[in-house]
Design a protein around this ligand. Structure first.
Ligand code: G3P
Ligand code: MG
Length: 244
């Protein structure tokens, strides 16, 4: 697979179709022709990378605990909605390997102190699983120390800077880490910001875009890609849209 930056990433697998960040979600995406998925990687108490979005287990399981307070063994006993389980990063990469899929790993430290270690542990698994290939993986994070760390350990893998607000120093930091892309909350994107980011030479990704009209508008104005909860539908929507 050559590195073709996809227009549509399956957000947390396919969050609108299967329980987010589960093996079932990634398998569904792959079997439905979605070549690239996004996932959130966080560390358990015993520092094992697992694929999960929230700092706490409440929303998806009803268990009142922080994810980083439970060991991998304990997390494996947690039943999510529809009796789904929390997968390890290792298990998800095995699944993607079965389909030759690509992955955007969002490094999601559970707290400030875990930013560098989460990047290190994620990279260990990525290497063990043979995903240390710029054609199959790229990293992103809201956590600047995680991005700096992964850039040091794996400079050959592309990095995306996630933006949830427009703090004034993001431009400086994006240059500093030699970001490949800016992965921006779609609600922040104006035509002028899109133009600025593209002129600066970055790829531009928008999250989370589920409204077809919004996706078409942003794509026509230069956004390169989208994180979508129903990636199969969005691929259909965007397939014949031309840039302005
Ligand atoms: O990477 C895009 C998107 O996943 C970032 O936000 O909160 O869904 O992880 P979040
Ligand atoms: Mg994410």
């Amino acid at each position: 697979m050559s590195f073709v930056f996809p227009v549509v990433f399956g957000h947390r697998g396919a969050k609108a179709v299967e329980i987010e960040n589960t093996i079932e979600a990634f398998r569904y995406a792959c079997q439905s022709g979605v070549r690239w998925v996004e996932l959130d990687a966080m560390l358990s108490k015993d520092k094992q990378p697992v694929v999960f979005h929230d700092e706490t287990l409440d929303r998806l399981s009803g268990v009142h605990a922080r994810l980083d307070q439970l060991t991998l063994k304990e997390l494996k006993e947690v039943s999510l909605i529809n009796d789904r389980r929390i997968p390890t990063l290792d298990e998800v990469l095995d699944c993607l390997n079965g389909y030759d899929g690509g992955v955007n790993i969002e490094i999601k430290p559970s707290c400030r102190q875990a930013e560098r270690e989460t990047a290190q542990k994620v990279w260990q698994v990525v290497r063990q699983k043979g995903f240390d290939d710029p054609k199959r993986v790229f990293f992103s994070s809201f956590a600047w120390d995680s991005l700096e760390e992964i850039g040091k350990i794996a400079p050959h893998i592309k990095r995306g800077l996630l933006l949830e607000d427009l703090r004034p120093d993001w431009r400086f930091f994006a240059r500093k880490i030699q970001a490949y892309s800016i992965n921006c909350d779609a609600r922040l994107l104006t035509v002028s910001l899109i133009n600025e980011i593209k002129k600066a030479g970055y790829r531009l990704m928008a999250y989370t875009v589920n409204d077809p009209a919004q996706a078409v508008y942003l794509y026509r104005h230069g956004v390169d890609g989208f994180f979508c909860d129903d990636p199969v539908s969005m691929i259909e929507v965007l397939k014949n849209v031309q840039r302005l």
